[in-house]
Every structure is written in structure tokens, then in C-alpha cells.
Design a protein around this ligand. Sequence first.
Ligand code: FNR
Length: 385
Amino acid sequence: MTRLRRANNIADLRLLARKRLPRPIFDYIDGGADDEVSLRRNVDAFSNYELVPDVLNDVSAIRTGTTLFGQLSRWPLMLAPTGLTRMFHGHSELAVARAAARHGILYSLSTMGTTRLEDLAQAFAGPKVFQIYIFKDRGLTAEFVARCRDAGFHGLALTVDTPVAGNRERDRRSGLSLPPKLTLKSLLSFARHPSWSLPALTGSKFDLANVSHKIDALASGPMSLFDYIGGQFDRSVGWRDVEWLAREWNGPLAIKGVMTPEDARRSIASGATGVMVSNHGGRQLDGAPAPIDQIAAVRDAVGDAPDVICDGGIRRGSDIVKALALGATACSIGRPYLYGLAAGGEAGVDRVLTLLTEEFERTMTLAGVNDIAALAPRHVRPNRA
Ligand code: FNR
């Protein structure tokens, strides 16, 4: 694992992932919607903020613990939900969750995950969130709520920025199909990437494990699970549905995909306990603002109590410091841990979390702030360049 140890930052791990994955699979992780403007801006926007340090403030110990979704987290960071994880590494969601547990942070499992939520809960005692959708079939959503409660999930994240799928042109160009098909082309790509395990993607080992019972129940002939779930996205979802879900769940609930102060306020008024300020990592509405640029206004709108999570573009520990200074409770990451997973399985995710937490703690120390609770707007300033 010297390769992993030699990776100095997330950018290095991204390059390792690019080497190890067939190009269409790497592009599925790495890409965004349309011209990828939001994808780039999510990352670039962080450099528009300067860090303004305090000095002589006893930084011999840095307090980083916080509460998220009502659970203790050792760092103000959590792992965002990402679908189809087994496509990137045979170790799947379980490896990611194990790494999260070792670092004392929250893991979120996607509805589109390739591990059953019950299996994840059994293997992973740490704090966990399930990412849910309000489907056309509200019964399916209610079923998820009941399953999450029975399995001991601590929170739900309701994704609201996918009324339709974003236009991912890299995937169109590469001809990526979901699940990947065993064709001559994919076999060749497998031969070139022996560390990536195509057999794990085919047959019973690769499916949308949380909804696979549905397709049997439907007995719908040639319809695939992916067709079925694609047909479940509901453009008519509104605030009443959020109120319904909040009542059904009656626990920590964040609305994922909120971008404005008004919608953040409405989320809390509808029964949510937090918001994930997110443009889905630039994979949905291209041109949407960068989450970091919305944090201050969102915090202002919802007051002190709700969780405000800055989701998207975090590639450095210093990005987390900036987000917290602007008012975020914590940040979440998607691609960074997937790069790590693809680069080296569980050890790769571990490397990502070690790098980010080291960077985070070093930045806090250099900024002269010994407690995340003391981070304030005065510690950041728009870049004047
Ligand atoms: C995602 N994301 C996502 N979000 C969600 O609510 N449900 C999902 O199933 C997925 N799946 C998914 C797959 C892949 C490959 C990526 C890269 C992202 C979005 C994710 O939760 C998060 O919002 C972004 O990844 C955050 O941006 P960064 O950290 O990737 O810049």
C-alpha cells in the first residue's frame, strides 16, 4: 500500500483511481452535468475565501467533535450517499462504512446502494444515515422508513434535487450502461484493469440491493431494476410530502439539495432538522451556485439549531474550516472517498479520511482556533484579488 501512503492529497488519490478504473467507470464518478460548470465551481469557489488567522491562542489541543443528525461525530465531516459503490470496488459500501467508523464520523447509505441497508446496519455499529427519495409509490418510501427504523439508522437525508436525471454527457459518450454489461469492450477494459473486478458487477452480486425485492414482486417481464427505479422518480413532490415524511420518520431528517435561504427555512418549517446545501456535486442542475457560497445566507435563515451541511467541492481540510467559519455545522464528501475506494478499497478510504483530518487539524492550528465552536465569520473573508 505504498501507493496510498505516497498520495499526498485528494488530487493524488484521484489520479490513482483514474489509473485503476476503466475510463467509463472513472468518468461516472468524476463527471458532472452538461458543461460541468457547477462541478468546477464547487471546488474553485473555496479559493475565493481567505482564511484570517488569530495568533497566540494556545493551539496545543484542537477540539473537533460535534453533533450531526443527533449523533456524536469526531470531526465535522460525513460521507455523502453515493450509489452503485460496488461498481468502483468489490469491497462495496461495507468498506466505506468501516473506514468511517474508524474515524468516528457518520456514513450515509444511498437508496441506490449495492448493499442492503439491513446488512450494512448489522456490519456497522457507527452512526448512520439513509438517503431516501419520495417515490411515486409512497408505499415504497414508507417501507424504507420502517426498514431504517428497524435496522437502527439514526437519520434520513431526503434527496430533492433529482426530479429528473441530470444530463451527464461523459456517460453518454462512454456508453456506460447500468449495470455495466459484459460486452467485448468491457471485457477488454477488464483485462487492462486487473485490479478492478468486473465479475463482481454481474449476476447476483451487483444489484440495487435495497429495492431488488420489488422487481420480483412486480413480475414485470423484461423490466430491469434500473428501469423500475427510474420510473419511480416523481416530479410532483412538494413540501406536503416533506411534512408527511417528517411525521412518518419522527427523527433527524435533512433535506439534501437545498440551495437557498428560503427553501432552508421552509425545510425546517416542514419538520426537517437540517439541510444539506448541495447541487448533487454538479451532477444535476449545471449552473447552480457552489454550496460554499450559500452557507452564510442559509445559516442566517435557519438560526443556530438546525444542522447545515456543506456538500460538494471539498478537497482540502482547509475547505472544511472555511465552511464552518461561514456557518456550516459540518461538511460532506462524495467523490473524495470514492477516489480512495477505487484506489485501494477500505485502506484507500482510510487514506482519504486521514489526509483530510490531518489537513483540517493543521489548518485549525495555523488559523489559531482551538475549538470548532469558536470558528466565526471573521475567520474568512472574500478574496480581494
Ligand atoms: C452521488 N451523489 C448522490 N447523491 C444522492 O443523494 N444519492 C445518490 O445515490 C448519489 N449518488 C452519487 C454517485 C456518485 C458517483 C457521485 C459522485 C455522487 C451526490 C453525493 O451525495 C454528493 O452530493 C456529492 O458527491 C458531493 O460533491 P463532491 O464531494 O463529490 O464534490
